[in-house]
Every structure is written in structure tokens, then in C-alpha cells.
Design a binder for this molecule. Structure first.
Ligand SMILES: Nc1ncnc2c1ncn2[C@@H]1O[C@H](COP(=O)(O)OP(=O)(O)OP(=O)(O)O)[C@@H](O)[C@H]1O
Ligand SMILES: [Mg+2]
Length: 301
């Protein structure tokens, strides 16, 4: 992939132009790094989406899912994305991960235009039972996500074991995904996402299929991992409480064709706490605002 931040200007030696006599020309100033094109996003943005449009389907059933969507994610940020059911959240993640091409507009990851799955972006899907490979054990599933990393076989193995321990699966390395609970399978999927040494983790409703107690535990695990690995995360969730609890910022999307309706900072102290944070006035106000917004979109439908 070419680097859009680098532009090359060349002198034209063959122009035949004769320089008139006079004082010697001033030495050229040292070359300055070209400022990145504006569309690549501001300094400190890991991801920049500009005017994205995406259509899906064939013939008469072809529909515009995303239209004119613009957003950016800052390095190290935890961003929650919420929106009405079926508005195009998964489609958006597919575009961000380079799994779908844009029909119009652009996606830049670390200032490089995304035209194929970039190194450094991982996706954790909701349906762990389909995203984990059932013929590989938990350790092998994590190793599978690490094939693009610049590590030796032994280093990968050591790292994969360490990650499984970090997500609370010590002693389950040799188990197969179908031999452990749903919450444990999603822990394997999270470890795999981290093992890929991604700089951006895209999470598509990763906790939707687990019970309430496991969900709270995994929320805190994700927040802890994001902090320890300085991991930028973009979380899609249906659960407004989860969106507020986890995020530094929340983006609310409109109905289809989707675009950004509002962008809210979450100025809640960290680390978050399942009791204290959820009783905080700021938390309750933000929750109220987001639910009201989504409800108004549903009523207008
Ligand atoms: N491959 C496809 N071909 C045609 N239409 C598709 C395809 N994938 C998704 N769609 C349509 O695009 C729309 C948005 O789907 P998408 O899964 O992105 O929404 P979502 O916001 O993630 O939904 P949910 O809230 O249920 O997770 C839906 O109407 C869906 O039917
Ligand atoms: Mg979805």
C-alpha cells in the first residue's frame, strides 16, 4: 500500500531553460515533511472515515446502507458506537476492517487508505461459536490470529499462552472451544484479537450472547486489557448502558442509510466500577440522552 502522506516532487532536468547570470541561487531550504492530506484525519487519529457510502445487495434489492458517514477515532481511545437495529453497524465495521470496499468516501487507518484488511486491525465478532475454529484448541485459535506477526514460532507460543492466562483461561489451553462455556469462548476470541498485535480492535457486539454476570466481568476485562495494552477499541453495542460504561466517547448512528447523529464525550473517571460508575450523575444523564435519541429515531420510523 502506498503512503499517501508522502508526496514526491522532482526537478525537471530536461526543460532546457538557461539560467541568466546573477547571484548564485539560494540554497534550497531543507525539505519539510509534507503535511498529511486533510482527508487522512487529524494528528493523533488512528482511524479517519470521510463521507463513506456503502451499498449492498443486487438488482432491485440493492440498498444504500451507509451514506455520508464521517467519524474519527483517536489513538488509545475507547469508542462506543450505538444505533438502531439494522442501521448498518456491522456493515460499517466491515468497511473499517477492509473487508468491504467503499462505494464513495474513504477510510484511513494510521493515515493509509484502507483498500484491503490492514495489518494492525482485528475484529472480535458477536458469534464466537462461528468465529473460533472448532478443530483447533484454544491455544491454536489464538496462535491462528498471530500468523502475520513478526515473531518466531516459540515467541508466538509463549505470547499466546500468556494472553490466555491474561483473559483468565489458565489451564484451558488444550481445551477445544466447544468444551468451554460461551463466556470462555469469547475470552479466547478476545485473546486472539489481542494476539494479532493489532493497534485497533473492532468489537461487534462481543458480549451480546453471554449472561449478565459474565457480561459485566468481560466488560471489566476488556477495559483492563485496553488500559494495559494501550489498545484503541471501537465497540458496537445495542446496550446503551454498556456503551456509556465502557467508552471515552459515544457515537450515535441514524437509521439506514446510516450516518453520525451525535458524538458525545464520556467524562467519567477511570477505572470504571460496575456500582459506582453506574450510579454517577454523568452516567445517568448520558444514558438518558442516548436512549431518548434512539427512541426518537424509532418513533420517527
Ligand atoms: N451482504 C449483504 N447483502 C445485502 N444486504 C445486506 C448484506 N449484509 C447486510 N445487509 C443489509 O444491510 C442492512 C444493515 O445490516 P447490518 O448487519 O450492517 O446492520 P446492524 O446495524 O449491524 O444490525 P444489527 O443491529 O441487527 O446488528 C440490513 O438491512 C441488512 O439486511
Ligand atoms: Mg450487527
Amino acid at each position: 500500500m502506498s503512503d499517501p502522506t508522502i508526496a514526491i516532487t522532482a526537478a525537471d532536468p530536461g526543460s532546457g531553460h538557461i539560467t541568466p547570470p546573477g547571484p548564485p541561487p539560494k540554497a534550497n531550504p531543507p525539505p519539510k515533511a509534507n503535511p498529511p492530506p486533510k482527508e487522512c484525519g487529524a494528528e493523533g487519529d488512528i482511524l479517519a472515515v470521510r463521507g463513506l457510502r456503502k451499498t449492498l445487495g443486487e438488482g432491485a434489492s440493492r440498498q444504500t446502507i451507509i451514506d455520508g458517514l464521517t467519524l474519527s477515532v483517536r489513538t488509545g481511545e475507547f469508542l462506543s458506537l450505538v444505533g438502531p437495529s439494522g442501521c448498518g453497524k456491522t456493515t460499517l465495521l466491515m468497511c473499517l476492517a477492509g473487508l468491504y470496499g467503499a462505494d464513495d468516501g474513504s477510510v484511513h487507518f494510521e493515515r493509509q487508505r484502507v483498500t484491503a484488511p490492514p495489518r494492525g486491525v482485528s475484529v472480535v465478532f458477536q458469534d464466537y461459536s462461528r468465529s473460533l475454529l472448532p478443530w483447533k484448541n484454544n491455544l491454536e485459535n489464538v496462535l491462528f490470529g498471530m500468523w502475520r506477526t513478526a515473531m518466531s514460532e516459540a515467541q508466538r507460543r509463549e505470547k499466546a499462552v500468556e494472553l490466555l492466562h491474561t483473559v483468565g483461561l489458565r489451564g484451558y489451553e488444550k481445551h477445544f472451544p466447544w468444551q468451554v462455556s460461551g463466556g470462555m469462548q469469547q475470552r479466547v476470541a478476545i485473546a486472539r484479537g489481542l494476539g494479532a498485535q493489532s493497534r485497533l480492535l473492532l468489537l461487534d457486539e462481543p458480549l451480546a450472547a453471554v449472561d449478565a454476570q459474565t457480561r459485566a466481568e468481560l466488560q471489566d476485562l476488556l477495559l483492563d486489557l485496553a488500559r494495559r495494552f494501550n489498545q484503541t477499541c471501537l465497540l458496537v453495542t445495542h446496550d446503551v448502558d454498556e456503551a456509556v460504561y465502557m467508552a471515552d466517547r459515544i457515537i450515535v448512528l441514524s437509521r439506514r442509510p446510516t450516518r453520525v447523529v451525535t458524538d458525545l464525550a464520556v467524562p467519567l473517571p477511570k477505572p470504571r466500577d460496575q456500582l459506582g460508575t453506574r450510579e454517577d450523575r454523568t452516567y445517568l444523564d448520558l444514558r438518558h440522552e442516548v436512549i431518548t435519541l434512539i427512541r426518537s429515531m424509532r418513533q420517527a420510523a
